[in-house]
Design a protein around this ligand. Structure first.
Ligand code: DAH
Length: 343
């Protein structure tokens, strides 16, 4: 019986070995493993027939089966290694890297000229101790006009062709509305700038767009005078446009400031001599400003006898266009990468 088994096992072993030797790829090894060692495999069927073996012979036969299994497994493993090495070798041969090929460039985006300019303006004011705040783009008429001393039916309202949502709600036409929100908070003193998008029902052309950006400024404290306004805005102009920039204040009118002014800077293109850029005048208008009107302070709960302040509003696009010598505002919105990648 044992001899019988021995013979059977060596036949199986021999067959397995010759199949393994003849195998030509990795997948085939798996099939061989299943057909000999699997649940329905030949070696397993020998184990199943153990019940026919005399009990005293079973340990011996069991040992022989295990020995055969071990040999087949070792052989399979050995052959597998051969295949894997071969595969690796082929891979190395076919996947050579040509280090002289040009590299793949990863295109990195960068900041829009508006954003670059805004960051510069923010840095200047943060450096002077200002806080950067934001206000809503959809606004009540009260904040955009009324609380800024522009009552219903006032002709000053006509100058800003506003997008109305309802009679009382609109898209803000100026960031000056943020002044009111800040004052209403009741925390004094205030030193803030408020950059943001504003909306006006304007036709698109080289200098107009229905949406653009402004940067509002507001300072309120005890003993703030027009001298503080001038000194601050002069310093701002010099830091933004460079040493040697001159400023000039022209009297103007805004409803929410008294007195009011517009500030011009000496043309940084020609240094004030007059050129195409400044239309020969040597100056470019840059912002509106003034001392906060006592009535505006009062409406927001600040005592004008105790506190005074100044405010200003700058057009962001206007500055970006000057800084980068761009002559058409539409370029800033078209997102043409050939244009944008120059900055
Ligand atoms: N809000 C004004 C505008 O859009 C600009 C402006 C002028 C803002 C004078 C101010 C200011 O804060 O004091 O035309």
């Amino acid at each position: 019986m044992v001899r019988n088994m021995n013979e059977k096992l060596s036949n199986i072993l021999e067959e397995a070995m010759s199949q393994i030797n003849a195998s030509d790829k990795l997948d085939r090894l798996n099939d061989i493993r299943v057909s000999f060692l699997g649940k329905k495999g030949e070696l397993t069927s020998v184990l199943k027939s153990m019940k026919d073996v005399a009990p005293e012979d079973r340990p011996k036969v069991g040992q022989m089966v295990n020995e055969a299994r071990k040999q087949i497994e070792e052989k399979l493993e050995e052959k597998k290694k051969v295949f894997e090495e071969k595969l690796l070798e082929e891979k190395i041969k076919t996947e050579t890297i040509d280090v002289t090929l040009p590299g793949k460039k990863r295109m990195l985006g960068h900041r829009h000229p508006n954003t670059i300019t805004l960051k510069e303006v923010e840095d200047i004011f943060i450096g002077m101790g200002y806080e950067v705040v934001e206000g809503p783009e959809v606004e009540y008429d009260y904040y955009n006009f009324e609380a800024l001393n522009i009552p219903a039916n006032h002709p000053a309202k006509d100058e800003q062709d506003t997008f109305y949502i309802t009679k009382d709600i609109l898209l803000r036409s100026q960031t000056s509305s943020v002044q009111v929100h800040e004052m209403e908070k009741g925390k004094l003193p205030i030193r803030m700038i408020a950059p943001g998008r504003v909306f006006r029902s304007d036709e698109v052309d080289a200098t107009h767009s229905p949406t653009f950006h402004q940067i509002e400024g507001l300072v309120i404290d005890k003993n703030i005078t027009f001298a503080d306004l001038k000194g601050t805005l002069q310093e701002f102009a010099i830091r933004l446009f460079g040493e040697g920039t001159k400023v000039k204040f022209r009297p103007h009118h805004f409803q929410f400031t008294e007195p009011s002014a517009e500030m011009d800077v000496s043309c940084f293109k020609c240094g004030g001599k007059g050129c195409r850029f400044c239309k020969g005048s040597g100056w470019v208008e840059i912002l509106g400003c003034g001392m906060v009107h006592p009535h505006v302070l009062e409406m927001s709960g600040i005592d004008p006898e105790e506190y005074t302040g100044f405010a200003f509003g700058v057009g962001l696009e206007r500055i970006a266009l000057f800084k980068y010598e761009i002559d058409d505002m539409r370029l800033l919105y078209e997102n043409d990468t050939r244009f944008l990648k120059q900055f």
